[in-house]
Design a protein around this ligand. Structure first.
Ligand code: RP5
Length: 161
């Protein structure tokens, strides 16, 4: 029983999604990984969305590039929170992915993070913040993450000398 389903539209997305997986691990969030292509595996996509709640997932993170239907179609098939990562595509540098994911019409939300590396990390942090509402260990890891980040930012002043 995993807390988060980490789904990507293609194995070609994995190099970008790896940052999400690494941070989820650091934050003690349990997850499993899936390639589900919206256009190549439409039946599997529907099944995954429909059964995600009974599989006991609490959050779905979905990364996709180009005409990125995956996060929206997963969201259409579940009421679990879905976080969408716009993969940085080659042709349009991820603007296509971003607009496809963020512009969900009213009624079916996808929490969309930034294109590429920042978004991949923030997706993990946002998922962890949701999980932390009911998981004190994850909450503690998030507090430590923030404290370290602040310390490093303050310490970076030393580089100015
Ligand atoms: C999307 O199409 C995937 O999320 C990927 O970003 C993009 C290209 O996929 P491949 O043709 O590399 O499999 O579905």
């Amino acid at each position: 029983m995993m807390q988060v389903a980490l789904v990507m539209g293609s194995i070609s997305d994995w190099p970008q999604v790896q940052a999400t997986a690494n941070l989820l691990t650091d934050l003690h969030v349990s997850f499993d990984k899936h390639v589900i292509s919206a256009h190549r595996m439409p039946k599997e996509l529907q099944h995954f969305g429909e059964t995600a709640k009974s599989e006991q997932y609490q959050v779905i993170i979905a990364a996709a590039g180009g005409a990125a239907h995956l996060p929206g179609m997963l969201a259409a098939n579940t009421t679990l929170p879905v976080i969408g990562i716009p993969v940085q595509s080659k042709a349009l540098n991820g603007m296509d992915s971003l607009l496809s994911i963020v512009q969900m019409p009213s009624g079916v939300p996808v929490a969309t993070v930034a294109i590429g590396s920042a978004g991949a990390k923030n997706a993990a942090l946002l998922a962890a913040e949701i999980i932390a509402l009911h998981d004190s260990d994850v909450d503690h890891q998030l507090q430590s993450f923030r404290e370290n980040q602040t310390k490093e930012a303050i310490k970076s002043n030393e580089q100015l000398q």
